[in-house]
Design a protein around this ligand. Structure first.
Ligand code: AR6
Length: 231
């Protein structure tokens, strides 16, 4: 018979493995909670080549700023691999600031399969979008548009045709979308982050004063949009 230990979910929070024979673990509480939850990828740190260190600092600064406005809602930073540098940086910085791990935690998994594969229900997910709000292009944007089906592009178009760096647009998902049905996602919030990749539009030429300002704006707008959806 499989023990609770081997069945534990891949929650990237401080694990309570030592208490594994217990009936409920912190991991179970977090996965099974019905609290409104925003899952978000680290904006700009892959294709857009933004500094991981600076991005982690800004993520945790913004989480700290919004944590008291969340009510019973939660913020979850997601990335694909256990070795994710951005997850470990953010986790360490959040711990230093004593941010409650029930309000903010990191999670390893595909943001389009959090419920079905990770057992983590998130009613809102954020997308690291491109300025045209178009499907494809790789990264989390391609994954979200593909998993959501064509309904996301249609619903996005009804809200906006393009996005400026630092801005977001919240899109209600049609109930026919597989992301809605399978994963329980009701909204996708597109975020356009600052770009440090010379091959992409709005290249900031390593101007981190401007870049950090835009990334702060992006997370403020994202967390505010999430709060507006759930309150
Ligand atoms: N689930 C969770 N996290 C993911 C997934 C996934 N399925 N896929 C990637 N990540 P990126 P950016 C993480 O490159 O840097 C696109 O082409 C990834 O490891 O998706 O803001 C758009 O069209 C990283 O931590 O976004 C834009 O043109 C984070 O998501 C451009 O890339 C963001 O990586 C945006 O670049």
């Amino acid at each position: 018979e499989e023990s609770a230990c081997t069945m534990s979910k891949n929650v990237d929070i401080e694990s309570e493995k030592g208490e594994c024979p217990g009936i409920r673990s912190l991991e179970d509480d977090i996965s099974q909670s019905n609290s409104p939850t925003l899952a978000f990828p680290s904006i700009s740190t892959s294709d857009f080549k933004f500094s991981h260190e600076k991005a982690a600092e800004i993520i945790v600064e913004k989480v700290e700023e919004f944590v008291d406005k969340l009510g019973n809602a939660r913020l979850v930073l997601v990335d694909l691999s256990r070795g994710s540098k951005i997850l470990s940086l953010a986790k360490a910085k959040a711990a230093k600031k004593n941010i409650s791990s029930t309000k903010f935690f990191t999670f390893v998994g595909d943001i389009t399969k959090l419920n079905s594969e990770g057992g983590l229900r998130c009613n809102v997910i954020a997308n690291a979008a491109n300025w045209r709000l178009k499907p494809g292009g790789g990264g989390v944007n391609a994954a979200i548009f593909s998993a959501a089906g064509p309904g996301l592009e249609v619903a996005t178009k009804q809200q906006a045709n393009s996005l400026q760096p630092g801005n977001v647009v919240a899109v209600p998902l049609p109930s026919t979308s597989p992301l809605f049905n399978r994963e329980g996602v009701t909204h996708v919030i597109h975020v356009l982050g600052p770009n440090m990749n010379p091959q992409r539009p709005n290249y900031l030429r390593n101007d981190y004063d401007e870049g950090c300002k835009l990334l702060r704006n992006a997370y403020s707008s994202l967390f505010q949009a999430f709060i507006s959806i759930v309150e």
